[in-house]
Design a protein around this ligand. Structure first.
Ligand SMILES: Cc1cc2nc3c(=O)[nH]c(=O)nc-3n(C[C@H](O)[C@H](O)[C@H](O)COP(=O)(O)OP(=O)(O)OC[C@H]3O[C@@H](n4cnc5c(N)ncnc54)[C@H](O)[C@@H]3O)c2cc1C
Length: 400
């Protein structure tokens, strides 16, 4: 029996899922998160959690929290319609990783990202240290903002696409800017109205393919989350989230932002307060020619909740030899969101690592456990990055 202590950098989906898996296996850990709070910035909205992601959550979460996750998801009627820019059916543009009918044994779940994060935090509050980013790892140990790090057996870099630890230890694994961006936001539920919109689209779920971009829609119909939490996991807490209409535009930077210099500047300067207005206008301009109801839906969204993200894609996962350090999620395999695979792959990483560390706790040499994890990570991560790049190409209309 080995006594392990794991320092997880980043309290995102992958890092917290790993923490839950370690807690279930009785392994000691601390999580260090740069943001001051879970809602410090626009974190994102709807996440499609597929069978792989759901299996990882079921493995890592205690059963009652997993039941809360399942029931906290939107009641969705199906994947919605696939349409071209004239709003005519275009089913053949679906990406290989998308679920396009309801026949799968385990249907996808539409989760609200913050709700999933709150569920993943449940019961771990004393072990997750917000406001303590990691600047690096060297011979003296972890360098944390404002906190001495606890010496431990393993550091897991789960700090997302701009990972400080990846930059320090694997500069050759830096993800590339794909010249693609995504703008996303939420409008009040029922904002997608218009008699001339196809009835299927008025229901709020589907994808519209324009030249060089796609618009993804999902009508998120959420239950009363605080009450659900009290019912299923007494003592737990979920924020109340009103149902909403999710929208996200993903496409080539030139197609999405066009000649809009203000939006382009905001893209470059990024994350500046008030930038949401520019991106809102860019999305309205893009969608108005498709149908005025789509532009009206974007106009009805709160600009403070609209964000733009540059899409990055990782090179083939390298091997690394830094003892006591491993990677998980976007930190090592950033990919286009077009395939809906990034979070699902990060959750699967967490499951894989938690399983192998539990074996290490029971006596498997830690080096062997990490080797097995990294082999599995490389194989799944490379495949997901490739599938996501293919999905992005289909969305952009390349090779169709
Ligand atoms: C618009 C959009 C829609 C998407 N939809 C889907 C979807 O439907 N399905 C899907 O599977 N994927 C989707 N994705 C991808 C998904 O969001 C990511 O792949 C996923 O969040 C990766 O999880 P992670 O834990 O690796 O990283 P993150 O969730 O990014 O978490 C990283 C955490 O580390 C913290 N951090 C960063 N630097 C430091 C530091 N130096 N020290 C400490 N902490 C640090 C961050 O604040 C953050 O909390 C989508 C992405 C976007 C942009």
């Amino acid at each position: 029996m080995q006594n392990l202590h794991v320092s997880i950098i980043g309290a995102g989906l992958g890092g917290l899922c790993l923490a839950q898996g370690l807690a279930r296996a009785g392994i000691d850990f601390d999580v260090y998160e740069r943001d001051a709070r879970t809602d410090s910035r626009v974190q994102g909205y709807r996440l499609r959690i597929d069978a792989t992601g759901q299996a990882a959550l079921a493995h890592c979460l205690p059963p009652a929290l997993n039941a809360l996750f399942q029931q906290s998801c939107s009641a969705c009627d199906g994947p919605g319609v696939l349409l071209d820019a004239r709003l005519q059916p275009l089913p053949q543009r679906a990406a290989g990783s998308w679920r396009v009918d309801d026949t799968d044994a385990v249907p996808d779940r539409s989760a609200h990202r913050q709700t999933l994060r709150e569920i993943l935090l449940s019961g771990l509050e004393s072990r997750v240290h917000f406001g303590h980013g990691c600047a690096g790892l060297d011979a003296a140990g972890l360098r944390l903002d404002g906190l001495p790090a606890r010496p431990g057996t393993l550091v897991v870099a789960a700090d997302g696409v701009h990972s400080a630890l990846r930059r320090q230890h694997l500069p050759q694994a830096a993800p590339q800017d794909t010249d693609t961006v995504t703008i996303f936001g939420v409008a009040p539920s029922g904002s997608l109205a218009g008699d001339t919109l196809p009835a299927d689209l008025r229901a709020g779920a589907g994808v519209v393919f324009g030249p060089g971009y796609a618009l993804v829609l999902d009508a998120m119909r959420l239950p009363a989350l605080p009450q659900l939490a009290q019912l299923l996991v007494p003592g737990s807490r979920l924020s109340d989230i009103p149902s909403y209409q999710y929208w996200a535009v993903i496409g080539e930077r030139a197609a999405v932002l066009g000649e809009d210099s203000a939006a382009r500047e905001a893209d470059t300067a990024s994350r500046e307060a008030g930038a949401g207005r520019h991106w809102q206008r860019a999305a309205e301009r893009l969608l108005a020619p498709v149908h005025p109801a789509l532009a009206a839906m974007v106009a009805a969204s709160d600009p403070a909740g609209i964000a733009l993200k540059t899409v990055y894609s990782a090179p083939a996962l390298p091997r690394w030899t830094q003892p006591g350090l491993t990677f998980l999620g976007d930190a090592i395999h950033a990919m286009s969101p077009a395939g809906g695979l990034g979070a699902n792959t990060a959750l699967a990483d967490a499951r894989s690592l938690a399983t192998l560390l539990a074996q290490a706790q029971r006596g498997l040499p830690l080096g062997q456990a990490l080797q097995r994890y990294e082999d599995d990570l490389r194989q799944r991560g490379n495949l997901a990055v490739e599938q996501s790049a293919q999905a992005a190409a289909r969305i952009m209309g390349r090779g169709c």
